[in-house]
Each structure stands twice: as structure tokens, then as C-alpha cells.
Design a binder for this molecule. Structure first.
Ligand code: BES
Ligand code: ZN
Length: 454
């Protein structure tokens, strides 16, 4: 491994330059104005694989292309399916960025750009680690198959079709994804559970157009008032979700699970300080870590309707809309939950208002076993590179493909996050510590070796 470690340190500056090039491409999957840029990001990833002689194709989908690459076949070696995404979230709010989101800047050892940690910087580590093997030893010691998609941030709806159609081609022993976080600075982690999600949108329509609120107000339901009431009905005052049946399928937390979380010595005060919130809030009877990782949520992500400009305006608005997502835990069915949300919203809608319900995407939560050879191999690789053994954590975020890998390919995933939850992913000034980028690359290079040992 010495030769490989040497290659990684000799080439670290060039790796950073190439990462910046990747980050300069505004591959915003949610916004069709960026369609060409999203494709350019896919082409950039393809060129990376071409430069190390991996077989690589762009797989066209109904949406953005998937980059699929394979290392030269090694007989008798395990096969690893590496997943990542080259798409990014919209950069808004633009005015809050210290430097523009697609003009990566390095400050205090961090690279600042949209996608720095989620997920360009992280997925890049698994490409550069393969390069190190190819350019020193001549080939990687395992069979690597890469699926790098461009629609993760919009729910991965087209990826399933590819996975179903490519089951035999994708046959592997284990999957690897770096799209999560460490538990904290200097506390690398392996994530063994993620929450699922359902995303939906509700629009309330009242009068045919905005009306004078003095002439009409009080005689008809106001869609914005009605929406506020509906949103309020989602939780009780303590934060417990009120959608009938919402918690029904969730098994109670076991004492072992609960004590495992306690053992992590989570610093709640530091957590709140970081996000500048004065007090925790959530479902009674659970700790903050439990609320974040192993209990479900229901959140309004955006709410709009009526006059938003400066000064007062006296109208009854014609419509109001809310975007809602629920994070799900294992055993909750997204299909069932989305039906109960719709039913609950309709049951709370006053007469004279039309309710339109739209479902965006959904996937279940899941958790897996931590005591197997793959987890042990990853533990050794991380210890080699970060100088400390990883802790086992769960996360509250969602990576839809992980459940698809389990269901369609029968694969468990090693979720090896190199980032931090404080990297501002999805927000302004997203960043990634370059030292962790390099440590992650080294851990990845070591992982390929460790996976050949049983
Ligand atoms: N990288 C995140 C998921 C993540 C972040 C997991 C931090 C754990 C810790 C991923 O790119 C993401 O944001 N996913 C979306 C999925 C959704 C759009 C289906 C999410 O969780 O909101
Ligand atoms: Zn991501």
C-alpha cells in the first residue's frame, strides 16, 4: 500500500484541481435550465474513467444520463458496486454565498462550492483511489462497477428502471457509497441505517382569482387560512404527528438500539449552538438523536400563496400551496403513508376550497447489520487513513438507491461518509474539508485492498 499512498500524496494537488473543474459544472438536476450542464458533468465523469481505461458508457434515461463504468475483470476477486451522484441541489439562496456556488474557492483548507461534499467531492474519492491503483500497480485488486447518476437530488426515479434492466450486469458482492457524513470532526463513521421519505405537495384553490378581502372576506374560505389550519393539524403542540395510522407499523426501539445511541456521547448543546437554535423540539419521549435517526418526521418544506411583496395588500388569495416531506423509518410503507397524508389533508379541508394533491417521490427507510466481513474491511480501511476507528451511526437523510440495491440486487451498502453534517449541504456556502477529501481517497484505496482479505 506504500506505493499507493505515495501516489496519492504526490498527486494530491492535481486531484484538487480536477475536483474544482468538476465543481465548476452547474449540474442542478431539479431545474431544466441546467439540462446541458448536467450532461456535461456526466461527460466529465466519463472522461475520468476513460483516463484510467475503465469501460464506460453514458446510459440515457427519461431524465439525466447515468454514468456506468467497469474496471478490467479480475478473476476470483470480489465485486464492488460503487454508487454516487454528479447532480447537485439548486444553489439558492444565491445572495447568501460568500463566493459564487459554481466558482469553487478554497478558504481555510475547505473547498466552497455547491456539490463540494454532496456529492461530487465524495464520489470523486472513489475515482481517484482507482486511479492510484491503476497508475501504480496496473489494476485495482477488486472488480469495480460504478453507477454515478444525475437524479439523486430529485428522487432517483429513473435509476430503478436501469437497475431492473441491468440486474445481471450489476451483480456484485457489496455496494459502497460515500454520500453521508462523519459523526463529527475526527470521528469517522460507518452509517448502518438511513431514513426513507415521501414527498408531496398540496394546493388549495378558492375563488377564481384574488378578491378584495373587504368585499368578499369572511363569506368564503380563504385558501391561505385553510392551508395554515391543515398544516397545523399535522402535529400536536408537542410535535407528535397526528396523521391517523402514521406510527402504526413502527416497531418500538429496543433497549440495545437506545443504548447504542447513548454510547455515541452526542453533544446536543454543541449541535444546537452550531445551527443557532435555542432549544430542542420534537416527539415527546425521545432523545434528539432518536428523533433525527430512528423516528419519522413530517415537515413543511415550503409554503406559499397570496401577496408576498412589500407593504400590505388586502386580498383573499385564489390559492395557497405547501410542499411537505415525511422522513420514514424501517417498516413504514411510503405508499401507505402517502395515502394517509392525503386522506388527512382532505379531512381537514373546509368547504368551498378545492384540494389538489400531488405525490413527488418516495422510498422506505432501512437499517442493516454491522457485523460482517465488509463492515470489518471498511473499518480497517478507515482506521488506516483517518488514524481512528469509525463509529457506527445512523443518519436521518435519504439515499433512495440503498433500498433499491437491497430489493433489486440483494446487496447491502457500506455507507462511508467523508463529509460533516455542518458542511451546509443543500444550503448556501456548502463546503468540504480538503484533508477529508484526501483521507477519504486513501480510505477508498485501502478498502479495495481490504475487501480482498476475508
Ligand atoms: N447526501 C444526501 C443524503 C444524506 C446527507 C444522508 C447527510 C445522510 C447524511 C443526499 O444527496 C440527499 O440529500 N438526499 C435527499 C434524497 C431525496 C431528494 C429523495 C434527501 O435526503 O433529502
Ligand atoms: Zn447527496
Amino acid at each position: 500500500m506504500q506505493q499507493i499512498d505515495q501516489y496519492l500524496s504526490d498527486n494530491s494537488a492535481r486531484f484538487e484541481t480536477e475536483l474544482l473543474e468538476f465543481l465548476r459544472i452547474p449540474s442542478v438536476s431539479a431545474d431544466s435550465a441546467f439540462k446541458g450542464d448536467v450532461r456535461r458533468a456526466a461527460e466529465f465523469v466519463r472522461s475520468q474513467f476513460r483516463s484510467i481505461d475503465f469501460a464506460v458508457v453514458l446510459v440515457e434515461t427519461a431524465g439525466h444520463p447515468i454514468v456506468y463504468a467497469e474496471s478490467p475483470f479480475v478473476l476470483g476477486a470480489p465485486t464492488v458496486l460503487v454508487y454516487g451522484h454528479y447532480d447537485v441541489q439548486p444553489p439558492d439562496p444565491l445572495g447568501e454565498w460568500k463566493t459564487p456556488p459554481f466558482e469553487p474557492a478554497i478558504r481555510d483548507g475547505y473547498v466552497f462550492a455547491r456539490g463540494a461534499t454532496d456529492d461530487k467531492g465524495q464520489v470523486f474519492t472513489h475515482i481517484k483511489s482507482a486511479e492510484a491503483w491503476v497508475k501504480t500497480v496496473g489494476s485495482v485488486p477488486v472488480n469495480l462497477k460504478y453507477v454515478i447518476e444525475g437524479e439523486e437530488e430529485v428522487g432517483s426515479n429513473n435509476l430503478e428502471i436501469f437497475l431492473n434492466a441491468s440486474r445481471s450486469k450489476l451483480k456484485s458482492d457489496v455496494a459502497v457509497i460515500s454520500d453521508t457524513s462523519q459523526f463529527g470532526p475526527g470521528r469517522p463513521a460507518i452509517t448502518h441505517g438511513l431514513r426513507g421519505i415521501v414527498a408531496c405537495e398540496v394546493t388549495l384553490r378558492g375563488p377564481k382569482q384574488d378578491l378584495h378581502s373587504g368585499i368578499f372576506g369572511g363569506s368564503i374560505a380563504n385558501p391561505a387560512n385553510a392551508l395554515a389550519r391543515i398544516v397545523a393539524s399535522l402535529h400536536d403542540v408537542n410535535g407528535k404527528i397526528q396523521i391517523p395510522g402514521f406510527y402504526d407499523d413502527i416497531p418500538p426501539l429496543t433497549p440495545e438500539e437506545r443504548s447504542r445511541l447513548v454510547d455515541l456521547r452526542f453533544d446536543e448543546a454543541a449541535y444546537l449552538r452550531e445551527i443557532e437554535v435555542s432549544a430542542p423540539f420534537g416527539e415527546p419521549g425521545y432523545t434528539t438523536l432518536e428523533r433525527r435517526w430512528v423516528r419519522p418526521t413530517c415537515d413543511v418544506n415550503g409554503i406559499t400563496g397570496g401577496y408576498q411583496g412589500e407593504g400590505p395588500k388586502t386580498i383573499v388569495p385564489a390559492w395557497a400551496r405547501a410542499k411537505i416531506t415525511c422522513r420514514l423509518v424501517p417498516n413504514q410503507s411510503p405508499e401507505k403513508i402517502v395515502k394517509s397524508i392525503e386522506q388527512h389533508l382532505r379531512a381537514n379541508c373546509p368547504p368551498g376550497v378545492k384540494l389538489e394533491f400531488r405525490e413527488w417521490h418516495g422510498c422506505p427507510g432501512y437499517a442493516f447489520d454491522t457485523n460482517n466481513r465488509y463492515m470489518h474491511a471498511a473499518t480497517r480501511a478507515i482506521a488506516d487513513s483517518f488514524g481512528v476507528e469509525p463509529v457506527f451511526i445512523r443518519e436521518g437523510g435519504t439515499i433512495p438507491v440503498v433500498e433499491s440495491f437491497r430489493r433489486i440486487l440483494g446487496l447491502d451498502t457500506l455507507l462511508l461518509g467523508w463529509g460533516q453534517n455542518t458542511d451546509n449541504l443543500h444550503g448556501p456556502n456548502e463546503h468540504f474539508l480538503l484533508a477529508d477529501f484526501h483521507r477519504g481517497t486513501k480510505a477508498s484505496a485501502h478498502l479495495w485492498q481490504e475487501l480482498t482479505r476475508s
